[in-house]
Design a binder for this molecule. Structure first.
Ligand code: COA
Length: 391
């Protein structure tokens, strides 16, 4: 059996003037988009023209979801209508619940939500209808049903009964209600809501690009979302928020943060929650999330995670000039809210479904199949020998 490693033809000679490989698509601009803009020079991120920090401080997540889908912030009347629709869609079918319940107890919640979204697609008899109105409706259904699926999985994995959604609660309040059977202090709900707003969208990141590639084949919105979930799960992308918390638990003592980081750097380890492909001078979303993680520390009295945060950040910035990304404050914030660590990335899905849907709809509105090229470095052309002659 051939070893599973990258094969490069030893006779391959790159032709520098012909070679145009952008490994990891770094720096490649592959389409236009009106959904969001990341500006690494000014450390800013705008959703449809609005700075994300302003949205986080002044809006609820539902308003931002409306903005994603429609391009404008809602008026009071528009928000009322939109929220009514979202609340009416929160229920999931008995079949969907039983699919989630049947999944192996030790499967990762990202695998559960990937499966649940796939099942939601199977239940939608308009799956092939990609008209803007139907796709918008599907997007709102996902916004409403994904939290129910995630919370159901949360309860089942703990051996607890499903708590049905309530229509008189905001999306964030309802998620706490479905997970824990109660709604925490308003400041906790606000911190959670802020995290959803900050996680909602980030231009052509890996999962959004994945979703757009699938949408570009004229496949359906559910399939594109499932693909996005698959990409988000990886620790170099959304999965980093879980890894940050595992790392903090491993360090355990804030006084050990600096020595831990020095050792990690000496061993050339990739430290989760640091670095970014686009931002090189810091992630625009971090100050807002850090502020709310600090509030969580005040509310819970659990100061050690944010003390550890400071220690780790100090060494990484001093030694490498590499800054925290959003997953760094989000990890401990979710932990202090009481969520199990492996649910951090599914929470990210609850937020990012808005950005994915906006991009899927944008892709379909002016579509061209996404099909890049590669530079071939494999074997020269050769003849197939009959089986008996092969050695
Ligand atoms: N820890 C340690 N070193 C890091 C680092 C990290 N988290 N992120 C980047 N670096 C270093 C790389 O080792 C590399 O150093 P080198 O030039 O000496 O080899 C340099 O910074 C450039 O990094 P690179 O891996 O080329 O960046 P990228 O754009 O390909 O990758 C990430 C970006 C986000 C995937 C990468 O920073 C990473 O793996 N971070 C940790 C995972 C994470 O937090 N992901 C969430 C992103 S929002």
């Amino acid at each position: 059996m051939a070893e599973n490693k990258e094969y490069v033809n030893p006779d391959y000679v790159p032709e520098p003037d012909k070679m145009n490989v952008k490994k990891g698509l770094e720096g490649a601009v592959i389409d236009t988009s009106a959904v969001s803009k990341v500006n690494p020079d000014t450390n800013s991120l705008v959703y449809r023209g609005y700075p994300v920090q302003d949205l986080a401080e002044n809006c609820r997540f539902e308003e931002v979801a409306y903005l994603m889908y429609n391009g404008e912030l809602p008026t009071a009347a528009q928000l009322k209508e939109f929220e009514q629709k979202e609340r009416d869609y929160r229920d999931i079918s008995k079949d969907c619940l039983s699919v989630i319940k049947t999944l192996p107890k030790n499967c990762h919640p990202m695998d559960s939500i990937r499966t649940a979204v796939s099942f939601l697609g199977c239940e939608d008899n308009r799956i092939w209808d990609a008209t803007p109105t139907t796709n918008l409706d599907k997007a709102i259904q996902l916004l409403a049903k994904i939290p129910t699926c995630v919370a159901a999985d949360y309860r089942f994995k703990k051996g607890l009964d499903f708590i049905p959604p309530k229509k008189d609660l905001t999306l964030s309040e309802n998620f706490f209600h479905m997970c824990f059977g109660k709604i925490p202090h308003a400041d906790v709900v606000k911190a959670f809501d802020v995290s959803l707003i900050l996680y909602a969208e980030h231009s052509f990141n890996a999962s959004t690009f994945t979703a757009r590639v699938v949408a570009s084949t004229e496949s359906d919105l559910y399939s594109a979302t499932v693909a996005g979930i698959g990409a988000l799960k990886g620790p170099l992308h959304g999965g980093a928020n879980e890894q940050v918390m595992h790392m903090m638990l491993e360090i355990a003592d804030p006084n050990k943060a600096e020595s831990w980081m020095l050792e990690a750097l000496a061993m050339k380890k990739k430290v989760m929650g640091f670095g970014h492909r686009v931002y090189r001078k810091g992630d625009s979303r971090v100050p807002t999330m850090k502020k709310y993680a600090m509030k969580m520390a005040d509310l819970t009295g659990e100061k050690k995670w944010m003390q550890m945060y400071e220690g780790l950040e100090k060494v990484m910035v001093d030694k490498k000039r590499i800054y925290p990304n959003l997953d760094f404050p989000a990890g401990p914030a979710y932990y202090m809210m009481g969520f199990e660590i492996d649910f951090f990335t599914p929470i990210f899905v609850m937020a990012r479904t808005t950005g994915w849907s906006a991009h899927i709809m944008e892709q379909r509105s002016n579509n061209r199949i996404i099909r890049p090229l590669s530079e071939y470095v494999g074997a020269e052309q050769r003849t197939v020998k009959p089986l008996s002659e092969r050695k």
